[in-house]
Design a protein around this ligand. Sequence first.
Ligand code: ATP
Ligand code: MG
Length: 411
Amino acid sequence: MNQVILPGTTATGHQTTLGVMGGGQLGRMFVQAAQAMGYFTAVLDPDPASPAGLVSHFHIQTDYLDEQGLAQLLQRCAAITTEFENVPAPALFTLGAHRPVAPGADAVGIAQNRIKEKAHFERCGVPVAPYAVIETPEQLAAIIEAPSAAPGDASPNGSGAGADLFPGILKTARLGYDGKGQIRVATRAELAAAWDALKNVPCVLEKMLPLAAECSVIVARGWNGDMVHFHPQLNLHRDGILAVTQVFEGNLPLPSVDRSVAATKAIAQELQYVGVLCIEFFVLADGSLVVNEMAPRPHNSGHYTLDACDVSQFELQVRALTGLPLVPPRHHSPAIMLNLLGDLWFDAAGRPITPAWSEVLALPGTHLHLYGKLDARKGRKMGHLNITGTDVEGVRATALQAASLLGIPAF
Ligand code: ATP
Ligand code: MG
């Protein structure tokens, strides 16, 4: 794309509209950033109550592969992005033939499939956890029957046989999120039943690694190859779901910061990626980094950027899509983000309650973001709370107070 798509009204009196495939909370925050800059927005999502559809100028309520829906989106929009990785790649190919689409179908197609994703990481020279692909009963049998590796015996990734992958996690190659589509398998004996439970779809078996920490890095890359990044996020997961993100100078040892940023940029560069990309990493006890997975879109761990940075990950998504300049974001406040899961809308006895918003918002430096979801369910992401301040200790004290008021375990 060599023409910038400027915000506001065009010379012919039209409102420039940006489109997004998917109407979840990430789409909602993209829409809000685009609107703040003067774009109109269109969301394609079948759900009439989708968080992004509720706040967008236009909401096309069709399936992602519906020809009429895609045609309407093309007719309305100057450029189109996506907010979740499971948008069918054929839909993105169709759109990409007519309009700038970022990220492109190729990159999204890789991120949709853990097998392709790991192969891409290995191509970029970024280490992954030892793993084996399980797509056939023969591959399953080879792992179950393989002799145990001697300690320190490094087997090639992806080959399965010979690698000691237990205890491990069996993950579906496609359509997993928030720890769904994953089963922990302590021993070989449990593997066959776990694969049956996942309906024998293509999977990867990954070795469980002892994690010292988890972190993620978000970059934005433009059509011209310019790239900017945010400081790495330190992430705490609970039950496979992101719970807390902490971002400040010194949140991670400097070598981890440098290596994770360099690896993320290499991964984005190699993909010729356009848009916002997040890479999740495991940090091991010796400080080494292992890449976990990528998200071809803004990421939950980057929500703090809405209040702690002068340019948010969603504004960078708008800028990357439209060809506007990508300025390096300035992180101006230490920040902690608490995810607000549906669990907070129930008391210990399981009765519905309203979380203590007044008390939480009485704490200086708290910023509430709710996604407009109508029904709270356990484990469902309903919103997040950002806490900012002048110093890390103060931010942490406020975050712990807010967590306690909301019933979120201390961290
Ligand atoms: P999401 O897309 O929401 O980030 P997901 O369902 O794709 O989640 P993963 O990121 O693969 O799941 O795993 C979720 C969490 O489970 C990780 O953040 C980590 O805490 C834990 N986990 C996953 N794989 C491993 C592993 N090999 N070793 C140790 N812990 C792991
Ligand atoms: Mg993950």
